[in-house]
Design a protein around this ligand. Structure first.
Ligand code: AMP
Ligand code: ZN
Length: 472
């Protein structure tokens, strides 16, 4: 069964076919590190993580790159206005380099707490200035870019396919719809590749005159090229990245290399909070610490961000978080039940029908994930499986196979709690075996089990006819 993904470029679902068999080159637009990532950013990143996990689940070797934008992203996403990092530095009276360092550290911390699979590389824009200058030079040589004073712009009229991703037409952009008019540009739709600004705090020497800094879009073109090559398989971001960011990345990279850049472009829809946009003035720009302060484990947020399909609207409320917590409790319960059934403590005696039910759940899960990462439907298959466990429809062997299935699910979703419990149930199985040995007066076996556990740091105590265990 093919993995189908919806590409913003073709505007339809396509069968995923990698450039190189068995391998995937994946680029995710990462955070601009001027302030702590919020739950909206996290929606885009969790979507990217699930995508990476699913590709891995399907046997691909994934090379995943998520960048850190630490310079050049201006407040209005276009060519005028302050650099987000420098504006923040001014507000806090701090050094922008220090801010980027601190925010990047909290970002990695958030990723770990939310059980992200680490990307292969997290390149920082400020560490790729020579790579950007090389592309800019090439674009000038090829006639796609021009210098105006000490600045360099990409001339969109020269790149025929400009607008294909976002559906924006250059004529409309020229009317100045969403972009400011800068006199030195040949057309208002042209965008900056390099801006000279000796006042900028984060600035570099270049062949273009006074010290300056790169445009936001060229950063991702350069980092993707450096770490993945001229052509990549999948490029992701949030829906606001479609234009101008990704449209401009395509123009730069393809004009430079003469080849298609990414085969598939995937975009997560914006997360809303309480039915509307997040806003500082509304006090609802939540981050992971806010979630934990309200008494929720990080994985409850992870679950909440996966319970909607990434291309569907998703609304965050505290009530939905409470629902997610209940849903996770049910999934934990599924794990516990399967373990008990697998240990022979409960469950159906006949396993034929149970095996079929498990097979159906597994098929539904895989089919949903292959259908453009339909996580809500995939999760539904797990709840159906839990119903079967509750209704005593699964037998011992099926439960064992069910647990292996959940290990695979965990590889794909990263939201289950299999870890601690699995030790518990293993220990319990040994304790039960020891109890049986004692009943049978097989003291040698009973002692042997006690010693095995002791070697693993587990101490058994017989109290009131019951055996309990604790760590040494
Ligand atoms: P930024 O830090 O602004 O560069 O954004 C980092 C990523 O988060 C980008 O891919 C954005 O598209 C994405 N993003 C920002 N806000 C939201 C939101 N409310 N929902 C989903 N994704 C978002
Ligand atoms: Zn980017």
């Amino acid at each position: 069964m093919a993995f189908k993904i919806y590409s913003t470029l073709s505007k339809r679902k396509e069968d995923f076919e990698p450039l190189e068999p068995g391998k995937v080159r994946l680029y995710n637009c990462g955070p601009t590190v001027y302030s702590r990532v919020h739950i909206g950013n996290l929606r885009s990143f969790i979507f990217a993580d699930v995508l990476r996990r699913w590709l891995q689940h399907e046997g691909f070797q994934v090379n995943q790159v998520m960048n850190i934008t630490d310079v050049g992203h201006l407040v209005n996403d276009a060519d005028e206005g302050e650099d987000k990092l420098e504006a923040q530095a001014r507000r806090e009276g701090k050094d922008p380099w220090k801010i980027s360092q601190e925010i990047t550290a909290t970002f990695f911390d958030d990723l770990a707490r939310l059980n992200f699979m680490p990307a292969n590389v997290y390149p920082r824009a400020t560490e790729h200035i020579p790579e950007m200058l090389e592309i800019i030079d090439g674009l000038i040589d090829k006639g796609y870019a021009y210098r105006a004073g000490d600045n360099v712009y990409f001339e969109v009229a020269k790149f025929e396919r400009y607008g294909r991703l976002s559906g924006n037409r250059v004529e409309d952009l020229d009317a100045g719809a969403r972009i400011e008019v800068i006199a030195e540009k040949r057309s208002p739709a042209d965008f900056a590749l390099w801006k000279s600004d000796p006042q900028h705090l984060m600035k570099w020497d270049s062949q273009f005159g006074a010290d300056g800094f790169p445009g936001w879009h060229i950063e991702c073109s350069a980092m993707a090229r450096k770490h993945l090559g001229d052509k990549i398989d999948i490029h992701t971001g949030g829906e606001d990245n479609v234009f101008p960011h990704h449209e401009c990345e395509i123009a730069q990279t393809e004009a430079f290399t003469g080849e298609p850049f990414a085969t598939y472009w995937m975009h997560a829809k914006f997360l809303q909070v309480d039915g509307g946009k997040m806003g500082k003035s509304l006090g609802n720009v939540y981050n992971l610490d806010d979630i934990v302060e309200r008494g929720f484990e990080p994985r409850v947020l992870r679950y909440t961000l996966m319970r909607g399909h990434y291309r569907q609207p998703l609304n965050f409320t505290w009530d939905i978080m409470a629902e997610s917590q209940k849903a996770l409790e049910k999934l934990d319960d599924l794990v516990t039940r399967l373990r008990r059934i697998a240990a022979g403590d409960e469950g159906a005696t006949e396993d034929g029908a149970g095996a079929e039910l498990l097979e159906t759940a597994r098929g539904e899960f895989v089919e949903a994930m292959n259908d453009d990462l339909n996580t809500p439907q995939a999760l539904a298959a797990l709840f159906t499986l839990r119903d079967h466990a509750v209704q005593n429809r699964l037998g011992r062997e099926t439960a064992g196979a069910g647990l292996s299935f959940l290990e695979r699910v965990e590889l794909a979703l990263g939201v289950l709690d299999l870890e601690e419990e699995s030790i518990d149930s293993e220990i319990q199985t040994l304790i039960d075996e020891r109890e049986a040995a004692r009943q049978a007066k097989d003291w040698a076996r009973s002692d042997e089990i006690r010693d095995t556990l002791l070697e693993r740091g587990i101490l058994l105590e017989d109290k009131d006819g019951k055996t309990v265990w604790r760590r040494k």
